[in-house]
Design a protein around this ligand. Structure first.
Ligand code: EPZ
Length: 432
C-alpha cells in the first residue's frame, strides 16, 4: 500500500496543467462501445477509473490502443455484448454507464450494480431504471446485477421527466436513447459540463442530440454511430481543487488548460473568500496573499456550487476568519471526513447535511486516512496547509480522480512524497 508524507505550512508558487475531466472520461469510454469504428479520444486523464473502464471494454472485445500518454484509440466494431462483472463494476461508478451504452447499441444489458465513492449514504439509481423502462426496456435487478432488455431488440424513443436532477441518469438515458427507434425528450436533465461533453462526443460520432447543457435534452435515435475524433474537456473539479489549495496555503499558481466559464461558481466563491483570480486565455492566475474570509455555501447542481468541491472548500474555510456554514444539498452525508480535520486543530461541527466551521489560525500535521476521492483531495490540501508533517493513507481514492498529483504538487513547491508501506504496518499504525 502507498501512503503520502507531506511537510506542510508553506505557500504554493508555479503552474499546474489541468487534465481531462474525470466525470466526462468515465462516461465517454462507455459511450465509445456504441461506436462501430475507431474513436480517437484526446486529453484522456491518466487516472485509475479510466484504466478500469478501458479494461472492461477490452474484456468485451473492443480494441484499445494508447496513441500517446493522453490519447486513446478505441475500436468497438468487433465488440460482443456481455455481462459486466462485479469485480470490475464495483471499483468504478462510471461502470453503470455500460448499461445505457449496451442497451442503446444491442437492446440488451447485464451490468453489476455500481461501486464508486461511498459517502456513508445511499446512492440510488431509481431514475436510471425509470428512464430505461420509459424507453421500453424490461428492467430487473437481482443478485447484484441490473438486467435490461428492450422488446424487439431496440429501445424506442420516449419522453422522460426526472424526479431529481441526476448527472448519472441524464447521461445513461442519453446513451440508451442515442440509438433508439425514434425521438426522446429528457426533461429536468442535469446541465454539468461533463453532460454536455458526452453529448458532444456522441454527436461527433454521428448521434443527433440537441439541448445538452439545458434542462431539456432532445435525442433523435440513429441506426449506428461511426468512428471519429474527440477531445475531452478540462476537469473543472481538479482545477477547483488546486484553487482551494492556494486558498488554504497562500501563494500564486497559474492553472493552465481550463475553460474559465466552467469554473464560474467556484471562482466566485473563492473571490468572496479573498482569493484573487485573473483569467488569462485558457488559464486562471490564482493567488491568496491576505487573510481568508468566511463564506456560506450551499452545494447545488450545475451551475451552482458543485458538491464535488465541498470537502476542498471546507478545508480552506477552516483557516478563514470567522464562522462559515456549508450545506450539501446533493449528498447529505458527505461530511464523514471532518473528524480527521478536527484532529489537525480544525473547529467543525456537523449536523446532517450542515457543517459549521469556525476558522482557526493554523492546522497542525496529523495521520489522515482518505475515505473517498474528494475527501482524500481535501486531506491533501489540509496537509499542505498544516504546520508539520502529515501522513495520508488509502491514497488509492485520490489516484482514482487526480492525475500525477505528486508531480503537480511538487511542481508548485509542495513537499510531498509517496512511500510504500507493508499492509501489516498500516494495520498497526491505524490502530495505534
Ligand atoms: C455524479 O454522480 C458524479 N460522479 C459525482 O462525482 C457527483 O458528486 C454527482 O454526479 C453530482 O454532481 C460521476 O460523474 C462518475 P447524481 P451521480 O445522479 O451521477 C440522487 C466525484 O467526486 N439520485 O447526479 O451518482 C442522488 O442520491 C463524484 O467525482 C437519485 O435519487 O450523482 C443525489 O442526491 C462523487 N436517484 C442526487 O440525485 C437516481 O437514480 C445527484 O446524484 C440518481 C441520483
Amino acid at each position: 500500500m502507498t501512503k503520502y508524507i507531506v511537510e506542510g505550512g508553506r505557500p504554493l508558487f508555479g503552474e499546474i496543467q489541468i487534465s481531462g475531466a474525470k466525470n466526462a472520461a468515465v462516461a465517454i469510454i462507455p459511450a465509445a462501445l456504441m461506436v462501430s469504428g475507431p474513436c480517437r479520444i484526446e486529453n484522456m486523464p491518466q487516472i485509475s477509473d479510466v484504466t478500469i473502464l478501458l479494461n472492461i471494454l477490452q474484456d468485451l472485445g473492443a480494441r484499445v490502443r494508447y496513441v500517446n500518454s493522453h490519447t486513446v484509440e478505441i475500436d468497438s466494431s468487433a465488440l460482443r455484448n456481455g455481462r459486466v462483472p462485479y469485480e470490475a463494476a464495483r471499483r468504478c461508478r462510471g461502470s453503470y454507464y455500460m448499461l445505457g451504452a449496451l442497451l442503446g447499441r444491442f437492446g440488451l444489458a447485464d451490468v453489476a450494480l455500481p461501486g464508486g465513492c461511498d459517502f456513508g449514504g445511499a446512492r440510488p439509481i431509481d431514475q436510471h431504471l425509470k428512464g430505461f423502462r420509459a424507453l421500453g426496456a424490461q428492467v430487473d435487478t437481482q443478485s447484484g446485477f441490473v438486467m435490461a432488455e428492450a422488446a424487439g431488440g431496440r429501445v424506442k424513443g420516449a419522453n422522460i421527466f426526472f424526479d431529481k436532477v441526476s448527472v448519472g441518469a441524464t447521461i445513461n438515458i442519453m446513451l440508451a436513447a442515442a440509438m433508439a427507434d425514434g425521438m426522446s425528450v429528457i426533461e429536468n436533465a442535469a446541465k454539468e459540463p461533463h453532460v454536455v461533453d458526452v453529448a458532444n462526443f456522441l454527436n461527433s460520432m454521428g448521434a443527433n442530440i440537441m439541448g445538452a447543457g439545458t434542462d431539456v435534452i432532445k435525442v433523435r435515435g440513429v441506426d449506428c454511430l461511426r468512428g471519429g475524433s474527440y477531445t475531452i474537456i478540462p476537469d473543472q473539479i481538479e482545477a477547483g481543487t488546486y484553487m482551494a489549495a492556494v486558498a488554504a496555503c497562500g501563494g500564486e499558481v497559474k492553472l493552465c488548460n481550463i475553460i474559465p466559464k466552467h469554473m464560474d461558481c467556484i471562482s466566485a466563491k473563492m473571490a468572496e473568500m479573498g482569493v484573487e483570480i485573473h483569467e488569462v486565455d485558457d488559464s486562471l492566475m490564482v493567488s491568496r496573499i491576505g487573510p481568508l474570509m468566511k463564506a456560506n455555501i450551499k452545494t447545488m447542481p450545475y451551475p451552482g456550487f458543485p458538491t464535488d468541491m465541498q470537502p476542498q472548500v471546507a478545508v480552506a474555510l477552516c483557516l478563514a476568519r470567522g464562522t462559515s456554514i456549508i450545506m450539501d444539498s446533493v449528498w447529505n452525508t458527505r461530511f464523514r471526513y471532518t473528524d480527521q480535520f478536527v484532529r489537525m486543530g480544525a473547529q467543525i461541527q456537523v449536523d446532517g447535511s450542515l457543517a459549521i466551521i469556525e476558522g482557526v489560525e493554523r492546522l497542525t500535521g496529523a495521520q489522515l486516512e482518505a475515505c473517498d476521492l474528494r475527501a482524500g483531495a481535501a486531506m491533501l490540501i489540509a496537509a499542505l496547509a498544516a504546520h508539520g508533517i502529515s501522513e495520508i493513507t488509502n491514497v488509492q481514492y485520490i489516484e482514482r480522480g487526480y492525475e500525477d498529483v505528486i508531480g503537480k504538487i511538487r511542481g508548485v513547491g509542495g513537499r510531498i512524497r509517496a512511500v510504500e508501506v507493508p499492509e501489516e504496518d498500516l494495520m498497526i499504525s491505524n490502530v495505534s
